[in-house]
Write a protein that binds this ligand. Structure first.
Ligand code: SAM
Length: 342
């Protein structure tokens, strides 16, 4: 993370890393307070020099984007990690304990991987391997390795370079109880990317109805057609990643997330998974709101589920999902849903 993209985000989110302070997060907090003496009660009140303790994610703090944090000793020593708030939701929702073994199927650069480790070992003493991290791209896997090492949790994470759906055979991972599934997506929730610009321009914010492509010049229409095709390819790939994870024999909990604002990559993927006849045998259900950050107000898009399910069921499914809007909710646009089974 570079400070020069700071002006894009309304808040710079920082997470205290237990592995570089032997679990003494209060010591790190004391240091942080020296740099940020003014405490505010809401992220919208953050000004330079102030700090906000997040009300949803433990050990997560927000500071003003203009406060250069990457030159601070705490950052250089890996005691704090810059990670967007919404990106912290998956590991928090999964909430693994030392009894769990987790696969992070699409893991580079490793923000969520190191966050899962922090949940399993809150005292910062990583012992045996508890996380299997897969990453298809060799270059990105190098970044992942660097991040895991600089966070100090390498002893509990085993990295494999390759395609998760090909490398990870369910019968070889009978000990795995949980999954983080954060596959490649359009990135339409991230500021400054071409996709979010295109998405906004085309009013594609939630879905891609055909009407929005009317009355556009041919070049723009061609661009939109390409974008629609890309979304279709992405959602089918995202479906395959989750489907594969759902076939692991002893997995009990699985969190799927994207940094996309499009229903095609979010609610629609959930619906396709719920309707798939082969997946039904595995017995997965969407976890209810009360176990998925219930206080977070922005939930899944009800109308998407209502197209397929009766109102009450649709409401329950939408409530089970979490959405964050870019900037308006204090960071990147995001989607998360949790599947559970007995
Ligand atoms: N979870 C990461 C984090 O929080 O830092 C971000 C993951 S990024 C959205 C998606 C990653 O999945 C990319 O690095 C991509 O190369 C990787 N990927 C895509 N398809 C994959 C596959 N089939 N198996 C393993 N990794 C894959």
């Amino acid at each position: 993370v570079e400070d020069n993209d700071a002006d894009m985000s309304p808040v710079r989110w920082i997470r205290i890393n237990p592995f570089r302070c032997q679990g003494k997060v209060d010591d790190v907090l004391k240091e942080l307070r020296k740099k940020f003496p003014k405490q505010v009660d809401d992220w919208t009140q953050i000004v330079p020099g102030s700090i906000y303790r997040d009300e949803y994610i433990p050990n997560l703090y927000g500071v003003h984007p203009s406060d250069k944090i990457t030159s601070h000793e705490l950052y250089k020593r890996g005691k704090i990690i810059i990670q967007d708030r919404a990106s912290c939701f998956p590991a928090y929702i999964l909430n693994p304990t030392p009894h769990d073994v987790v696969i992070d199927a699409c893991s580079a650069p490793g923000n969520k991987t190191t966050h899962i480790a922090a949940h399993i070992f809150p005292d910062g003493n990583a012992s045996d391997v508890k996380i299997y991290a897969f990453e298809r791209d060799a270059k990105r896997a190098e970044i992942l390795e660097k991040m895991v090492t600089s966070a100090g949790c390498e002893s509990c994470i085993q990295i494999s370079v390759g395609d998760f759906t090909q490398l990870a055979k369910p019968q070889m991972f009978k000990d795995v109880t949980g999954f983080i599934l954060d596959p490649s997506c359009s990135g339409s929730g991230i500021f400054g990317r071409q996709s979010v610009d295109l998405a906004n321009k085309s009013k594609l914010a939630e879905k891609v109805p055909n009407e929005v492509f009317e009355e556009q010049d041919p070049k723009e229409m061609e661009q939109n057609e390409l974008y629609k095709t890309r979304l279709a390819k992405l959602s089918s790939f995202q479906f395959q990643i989750v489907k594969h994870a759902m076939s692991f024999p002893n997995a009990k909990k699985l969190v799927y997330s994207t940094c996309s604002i499009h229903a095609e990559e979010n609610e629609r993927v959930v619906i396709d998974l719920l309707l798939d006849q082969n997946i039904k045998q595995y017995g997965w259900k969407v976890a209810k709101r009360d176990s998925v950050i219930p206080a977070w107000q922005r939930r899944g898009i009800l109308s998407e589920f209502e197209e397929v399910f009766p109102h009450e069921q649709a409401q329950e499914l939408a409530d089970g999902c979490i959405r964050a809007l870019p900037k308006e909710d204090g960071g990147i646009g995001f989607f998360a849903v949790c599947f559970e089974r007995e």
